[in-house]
Ligand binder design. Structure first.
Ligand SMILES: Cc1cc2nc3c(=O)[nH]c(=O)nc-3n(C[C@H](O)[C@H](O)[C@H](O)COP(=O)(O)OP(=O)(O)OC[C@H]3O[C@@H](n4cnc5c(N)ncnc54)[C@H](O)[C@@H]3O)c2cc1C
Length: 278
């Protein structure tokens, strides 16, 4: 009898704690949404890119680019709001309102972060998901490309190949990795031995800082420009786009695979290969 009343008490206590925390969350998220609506010039356009747990598509938007399925579980902390901007100017109000309401921002490009840092947090947070900012402009004559942070590596390679068979870009091998997280963290792939990291070939960038200012290479200064090419973008702001220097590649590439065990002299083959194929 005593055990039953203890369990009931525990249940009621948990219920109260849960209701309180939900009340705090929804209060924060209401204030945030109100701020967003006040700060945005075009109210109807902002409402089309905002998702809260009340939206039927909230979970599908949240889960669609999560690569580490461990973080798809119900126990993973979820964002109070997800924003999917279609224009750079829609990001500034999010930064302002998140600061006003003490909420953290998680920025997501391709969602390939192994630790889920682009879509989880232990404190109340919102996600800015750049899935709609993925324009790529290739300039063959200048051998450069502007790529928005939400674009995927596969999309970049495809757009370059559409225009030139002798230009490429030295980044990762997985086509769904996002440009925002990948290039700001370095980025290596099949061309690394000849051309180094993706970050080595960034010649300009656009970033929104904590005060909502949009900066390019000259206005952000060389220190910040250095930091975002390897230091991870999320530590410094929201990276909007990269200007990339493309590299020369042969028109024809031969690809082959040879399977050898150590007993079959695999070490010698790898050693020899380094002299013939850079
Ligand atoms: C299947 C798979 C294959 C991979 N293959 C390779 C590979 O071949 N070579 C390689 O080098 N790496 C590879 N990686 C690692 C990958 O490059 C990193 O995980 C990279 O950070 C992913 O970038 P993202 O934009 O997809 O990830 P996200 O999860 O969106 O972001 C990763 C981090 O960057 C931050 N971030 C994202 N976008 C922005 C932005 N616009 N502004 C500021 N901060 C931002 C996020 O907040 C987070 O901290 C692979 C990962 C996976 C899961």
């Amino acid at each position: 009898m005593k055990t039953t009343s203890n369990s009931s008490l525990l249940f009621i206590l948990l219920l109260v704690i849960f209701s309180c925390s939900w009340a705090v969350s929804s209060h924060e998220h209401d204030d945030f949404l109100q701020c967003l609506s006040l700060q945005s010039n075009n109210h109807s356009s902002i409402s089309n890119i905002v998702y809260t747990p009340k939206n039927s598509s909230y979970l599908s938007i949240l889960n669609f680019s999560i690569q580490n399925l461990r973080f798809e579980s119900v126990s993973t902390p979820k964002p109070l709001v997800i924003i999917t901007p279609v224009h750079e100017s829609q990001i500034q109000p999010v930064i302002y309102c998140a600061k006003e309401n003490g909420m953290q921002i998680r920025v997501r490009s391709g969602g390939h972060d192994y630790e889920g840092l682009s879509y989880t947090s232990q404190v109340p947070f919102v996600i800015i998901d750049l899935v709609n900012l993925r324009e790529i402009k290739v300039d063959v004559d200048k051998k450069t490309a502007w790529i928005q942070a939400g674009a995927r590596l596969g999309e970049l390679y495809y757009r370059i190949a559409e225009k030139s068979r002798t230009l490429g870009f030295p980044a990762g091998v997985c086509p769904t990795v996002g440009a925002g997280g990948h290039i700001s963290g370095g980025g290596y792939g099949a061309l690394i031995r000849k051309y180094g990291l993706a970050a080595d070939h960034v010649i300009d960038a656009r970033i929104i800082d904590v005060n909502g200012r949009i900066l390019d290479r000259s206005s952000m200064g060389e220190d910040l420009f250095w930091a975002i090419r390897g230091g991870g973008g999320a530590s410094f702001g929201v990276i909007l786009a990269w200007k990339l220097e493309l590299v020369d590649v042969p028109e024809k590439v031969t690809v082959f695979a040879i399977a050898r065990t150590l007993e079959q002299n695999a070490t010698n083959i790898v050693h020899r290969w380094q002299y013939v194929a850079n």
